[in-house]
Design a protein around this ligand. Sequence first.
Ligand code: UDP
Length: 387
Amino acid sequence: MNADLLVVGSGFFGLTIAERAANELGLNVVVIDRRPHIGGNAFSEAEPETGIEVHRYGAHLFHTSNERVWEYVNRFTSFTGYVHRVYTRHDGEVFPMPINLGTINQFFRAAYGPEEARALIREQAGELAGTDPQNLNDKGIQLIGRPLYEAFIKHYTAKQWQTDPKDLPASVIARLPVRYTYDNRYFNDTHEGLPVDGYTAWLERMADNPRIEVRLDTDFFAGDHDFASKNVLGRLPIVYTGPVDRYFDYAEGALSWRTLDFEEEVLPVGDFQGTSVMNYPDEDVPFTRIHEFRHFHPERDYPTDKTVIMREFSRFAEPGDEPYYPVNTAEDRERLLAYRDLAHGERNVLFGGRLGTYKYLDMHMAIGSALSMFDNKIAPALRAGAS
Ligand code: UDP
């Protein structure tokens, strides 16, 4: 193999490293991926019956406030003007998410202005008002008061995490804004949109360079190649974006993950729910949300008599399941520290991405952290090695 760099995993992190190494440093890069397709969990493809683009591993919405990342991603794709908005169906009624003045007024059958609503929520937060709680339960109540918390957050979170919200970090919910305006944009970022030609075209353009070879269906650990042994000899630098515990053969124990199951259906109607994502925060519904993919691309010429929906279910990952969300228990955090020590001691291998760092990274974060790793670690090392 005539490679200067091996990248394990063809998700956004791995492809950003490969693209930079090939285009900026003129290196030959081999990218391997265990799956039969490029792109990790950002992979999408046309559903065969309808041609509607389906995000195979759950809806991916691109958004960033990082100008460098925005400039970088625009080299490979342009973005539509899609703005993500989510609705939630509670007790036979549909409310806008994230919680905003519209949600509050609809829920309390009121016409509060921003200050009245703030005063009401403060009152409903009770003794938690003005504190800085560290767990999700208390943080949720502090942010939106008990009635809204119980309607929209409590059971959704229970379904999503199967963990007592008192044992979950406040940061999980801190992702969701609460607004005392009628603005119901899901994300606060400066830039937002979906890739005009879809995620897979974008990912393929990142790898479109004669110096980059992508080998699919190739498992780093399978042993039918010499990648690992080359590294033992210290000849081939590796950027590894697979699960960090797997790399070390679970020596410190397995890190726990949540996985998702998706139930996809093609329905003989032009529009099922009128929007891309509907959350189901009630206890008696087993799924957390329904995605309807046509609404991510209203600009496309999709069939008007069929639609594709996907119900999303969440559970603890068993061995062999796809990892999605790090659970991050106290035990996980301890194990992660041990793996980080092992990773630091590993010669010629850098660990990155969501699986390699055990961090829930949005796409723009994965790309941003790959750009930093390239600048700070890879470019200096490889330039030194080449001279
Ligand atoms: N959440 C909730 N109700 C909702 C939406 C989100 O309780 O209708 C909570 C839940 O705990 C979830 C967290 O907020 O894990 C973050 O939600 P987000 O939509 O950012 O999660 P993602 O889309 O990344 O799964």
